[in-house]
Design a protein around this ligand. Sequence first.
Ligand code: GLA
Length: 331
Amino acid sequence: MVLAHAPGRVNLIGDHTDYTGGWALPMAVDRGTTVELERGGATVELRSADDPQPACVPIDVADPAAVRPAWARYVAGVVAVLRPPAGGRGRVGTTLPLGAGLSSSAALEVAVALALGFDGTPLELALACQRAEQLAWGTRTGILDQLASAAGVAGHALLIDCAALVVEPVPLPDDVAVVVADTGQRRSVATSAYAERRAQCEAAEAVIGPLRAASSADVASLDDAVVRRRARHVVTENARVLDFAAAVRAGDLAGAGRLMAESHASLRDDFEVSTPALDALVERLAATPGVYGARLTGAGFGGCAVALADPASPAPGWRLRAAAAATVTVT
Ligand code: GLA
């Protein structure tokens, strides 16, 4: 029997920066996905508390994207990447809201990979699960979600250099709460404009080179107004991530909060991945006493907002703690 647990993540700042090799600052959270598996056989059979239809994936599955029901595709993607010598039977359960921007998908992938015997570094685990998601859904998502789940450190946010793939833990002060509030608006990265945004970033890079190294003058030189706005978001967001990490380290929570507000405005106006529901929620959080700053978190198009707040603030939402990385125990 194996018991694998993988945390979800909330991204404090740095969205739509990972797939151009920029910076992000998520934390693994104390909500996640657990897989209990008895290993053996040539199929991975998992029952879920959230879907009456189980996942039944042969270990030689050919096309993970064709597997049904939809959630089983994540399992199939992991199986196709790992090609484990044996499958298993068991169940999966989660304390994460599904499809809400807290990386329920990455948590499922990471927990399944560990349950199937993945053996490697946290980075290797994250890369395998990123590949699994790409195989299962055909979307070219970045490394943010899987790396936060695989490399989380309790009490710390994670400053991720998405080009070097290096994670630097940033201690979070005790006197701050991370509040996550859900719009209830559900989205899927596959059906959203994620791929279009990524292509627009690539169009910018074809003209001015890597956005990570681009200046505001480089951005201003882009002819296409939409591509210019997308690039401006990425370039300014990368700077905000580094400033945010410095502010948190210095205990400047007001400064960190201002950067979150700027990040939201940039995601809303330049990257255009917010929604009226997200804007309203962010405004409501930001207007609540004791809140330093709020922004949408994750891909956008719905899902959750995150705020940094004084622990005594009445800000509505879950109070999430920075959690440790995914683990597996064999009994
Ligand atoms: C999704 C993707 C990540 C990242 C975020 C936006 O969560 O899976 O790789 O691109 O969107 O920051």
